[in-house]
Design a binder for this molecule. Structure first.
Ligand SMILES: [Fe+2]
Length: 282
């Protein structure tokens, strides 16, 4: 398994199975939602195996709950490892969050307090997961709508320090940076400036629902101008990192997403790298 991707990808959705099987459009890799393929047998897994023949894959989960205080779910980790054996992903990723407490899953990606205590807690759990899987994992910055009074670090300081201490990778979601910057009123470029490029497995881009004074991260719209601008800045600062588009609702024809991916390519090709970004692997 590799540890980072290159080029340009899309999130694989059931609506596009046939397109990928029949037409084999030119994307460099596909990111699959882990939980969709943990049930043994059945049509989703058969489609996955078929599509895997033509495309490298990245696994992206929503159930690890790395920040939770319950013990790690060993049966989930075993299923994760089994799926990884099956599709040999470049990257295994999940979110930097917790999804519940006391064995109750609320199926939401809840932000963590950015404290020394949380760093220590995460460091041990990430080590346990990485030892079990035999590879580093990538953790994604989530969109958030609340913060904690006892935060000791900014989110970007927390991410950079966590990656260093836990020796994990970061999945940088530029849309989530933008969403949280509006919701919390920070300068999104400061976030990007703090991210260590060599730790980034790949970048997510997506659309959202803009309510003016706040944004809901819905993944049901095309990418907006503000996110494109921030992506352009990100490429200039961090280099030509692997990038993909995720769409989870209001899913269009595949051609529409491929056209959006052409914009990603054009931005990467036309953005001048800052001196510090030159030489960063794509
Ligand atoms: Fe994302």
């Amino acid at each position: 398994m590799n540890q980072t991707a290159f080029g340009f990808g899309l999130g694989l959705r059931a609506e596009h199975y046939r397109d990928f099987i029949d037409r084999r459009p030119a994307v460099d890799w596909l990111e699959v939602i882990t939980e969709n393929y943990l049930v043994p047998g059945g049509r989703p897994l058969a489609n996955l195996d078929r599509i895997r023949r033509d495309y490298p894959m990245i696994m992206h989960g929503v159930s690890l709950s790395i920040g939770c205080t319950d013990p790690l779910n060993r049966s989930y980790l075993t299923e994760l490892k089994d799926l990884a054996r099956r599709i040999d992903p470049w990257v295994i990723s999940d979110h930097l969050c917790f999804t519940g407490v006391d064995h109750t899953n609320v199926h939401d990606l809840l932000p963590l307090p950015y404290t020394e205590e949380a760093l220590t807690h995460l460091e041990g759990r990430i080590a346990e997961v990485q030892d079990f899987l035999g590879m580093r994992i990538a953790l994604e910055n989530v969109s958030s709508y609340i913060s904690y009074q006892h935060d000791e670090l900014t989110e970007w300081e927390f991410l950079a320090e966590l990656a260093r201490r836990a020796d994990c990778l970061l999945l940088l979601d530029v849309n989530n940076v933008y969403v949280s910057s509006v919701n919390h009123g920070f300068e999104p470029r400061r976030f990007i400036d703090a991210i260590p490029a060599e730790r980034v497995s790949h970048i997510h881009l997506a659309g959202h629902e803009d309510h003016g004074s706040y944004i809901i991260d819905t993944h049901d719209h095309p990418i907006c101008d503000g996110v494109w601008d921030l992506y352009r800045y990100t490429v200039g600062r961090l280099g030509p990192l692997a990038t993909m588009i995720e769409r989870d609702d209001n899913i269009p024809e595949l051609g529409e997403l491929l056209a959006e991916l052409d914009i990603v390519r054009a931005i990467r090709d036309s953005t001048e790298l800052e001196p510090a970004a030159v030489g960063v692997a794509g």
